[in-house]
Design a protein around this ligand. Structure first.
Ligand code: CP
Length: 309
């Protein structure tokens, strides 16, 4: 019997296949229930706190939507500037304080390890909504849910991950989950933005086939799915290096024609220029369906963590 009751969600590597299957099942049930009614009462009386020290549109709003669709309440800190972090309060003290108000805490912060610090300080379960260039495990779960829905299976897939693999917390978490399904991985990036060596070597130790390349077309031709990511300007200390690599990979309709095959395209969003808007109407462009799936997966996580599923 799978239980996530009381657990923190901090890293992609914490999940087993059984836990992922359970999250997918609960998310799918909620998706069906929301087709029948607008909201449920499962988490009535429970409070979610969202602490965002970095910008967000999808993660914060989908967590807040998920909690409200489940009948719970939300308290929110939308920026570091509007909280006592601006006066120098630590993440641990902030978490210890919010712990007095909320039943579950979602945190995004620019520093790797910050969500773990919050989890160590709070009694309530803490969910990592992105810790700098570290991890973004709930994004990875919604990506897995989307892949299952779009492709019908998670088995024997070939996936190209493209863009800023060095700083991309979404891809760092996603490869942990994909490694449980034996996925063949193509890492496509400029040399300076390669996937961190410790992640690549751990995957290889687990027997996962990993191909590292700078060529997107070659990898895409061999893949069932392209997972596009943004080159993250905000993570560059040296902006001249950003200028050198920005625009390295762009999917437009001409590129899709060259592939001569149907391919699924995901992106955690936001995008800058790496997927042209003309691609949005291509049937395999699933990134806005991926956004919607975030609600169901986050509903599943909140319900499971709070012991209601
Ligand atoms: N995918 C994602 O994390 O989006 P936001 O930065 O808008 O939350």
């Amino acid at each position: 019997m799978v239980s996530l009751k009381g657990k923190d969600i901090l890293h992609g590597n914490q999940f087993s296949r059984k836990e992922i299957d359970a999250v997918i099942k609960v998310a799918s049930d909620f998706e069906k229930e929301l087709k029948k009614k607008d909201s449920l009462t499962l988490l009535k009386g429970k409070i979610l706190a969202t602490l965002f020290f970095e910008p967000s549109t999808r993660t914060r709003l989908s967590f807040e939507t998920a909690m409200q669709r489940l009948g719970g309440g939300v308290i929110s800190m939308a920026s570091a500037e509007s909280s006592s972090a601006a006066k120098g309060e630590t993440v641990a003290d902030t978490a210890r304080t919010v712990d007095q108000y909320a039943d579950v805490i979602v945190i995004r912060h620019p520093r790797i390890g910050s969500a773990k610090e919050a989890a160590d300080a709070a009694q309530a379960p803490v969910i990592n909504a992105g810790d700098g260039a570290g991890q973004h495990p709930t994004q990875a779960l919604l990506d897995i849910y989307t892949i299952q829905k779009e492709l019908g299976s998670l088995k024997s897939l070939k996936v190209s991950l493209v863009g800023d693999l060095k700083n991309g917390r979404t891809v760092h978490a996603l490869v942990e989950l994909l490694s449980l399904f034996g996925t063949r991985l193509y890492f496509v990036s400029p040399e300076s933005l390669r996937m961190p060596e410790e992640i690549t070597s751990q995957l290889k130790q687990k027997g996962i086939e990993v191909v590292e390349t700078g060529e997107m077309k070659e990898a895409a031709l061999a893949s069932d799915l392209i997972y596009m990511t943004r080159i993250q300007k905000e993570r560059f200390g040296d902006l001249s290096e950003y200028e050198r690599v920005k625009g390295s990979y762009i999917i437009g309709s001409e590129f899709l024609k060259k592939l001569k095959k149907k391919i699924t395209i995901l992106h955690p969003l936001p995008r800058v220029d790496e997927i042209s808007q003309e691609v949005d109407s291509y049937p395999g462009a699933a990134y806005f369906r991926q956004v919607r799936n975030g609600i169901f997966v986050r509903m599943a996580l909140l319900a499971m963590i709070l012991g209601k599923r």
